[in-house]
Design a protein around this ligand. Structure first.
Ligand code: TYD
Length: 144
């Protein structure tokens, strides 16, 4: 998986009678070693979050409940994804600006990340993000 973002269909077991179980595995379904998992919840519909990029961090996002729109931007082009199924995950590589829109109340966004929390890995200024893209900070890694 070389692209900076891609939808991953999660494996699924179970049946309608007893419910379903989906799963993914570090370095198998997700192209990095998972060091941290976090989740965002109790968010009202209409909320916008994100508005940052990461220098090195890679992430895998999934929405087990609800619907969330992600707008990914590599500084040259933008792509939209809607996470609205527990069977779907989205890999986001480094160097990608993301805006996230809660489409339904209480949608839950879960994230598996390649590293521990480090505020210095965040780029929260869009102008700085564009400057790094122009300087080819991520070279070929942030093609959408
Ligand atoms: P942030 O990643 O900016 O959330 P979002 O992109 O959804 O708006 O994180 C929000 C706050 O939470 C920020 O102040 C940092 C803190 N935080 C941690 O302390 N540890 C973590 O693992 C994460 C992801 C965030």
């Amino acid at each position: 998986m070389k692209d900076s973002d891609s939808i991953v269909e999660l494996k699924k077991t179970g049946s309608a009678d007893v419910g379903f179980l989906s799963f993914f595995e570090s370095q198998r379904d997700v192209p990095f070693e998972i060091k941290r998992v976090y989740y965002i919840y109790d968010v009202p519909a209409g909320t916008k979050r994100g508005m940052h990029a990461h220098r090195k961090l890679r992430q895998f996002l999934w929405c087990p409940y609800g619907a969330i729109k992600l707008v990914l931007d590599n500084g040259i082009e933008k792509k939209e994804y809607i996470l609205d199924s527990p069977e779907k995950g989205l890999y986001v590589g480094e160097g990608v600006w993301r805006d996230m829109y809660w489409l339904k109340d209480n949608s839950v966004l879960c994230v598996a990340a390649s590293d521990y929390y480090d505020e210095s890995d965040y780029i929260r200024d869009y102008g700085e993000f564009l400057r790094l893209v122009r300087e080819a900070y991520w070279k070929d890694e942030n093609k959408l």
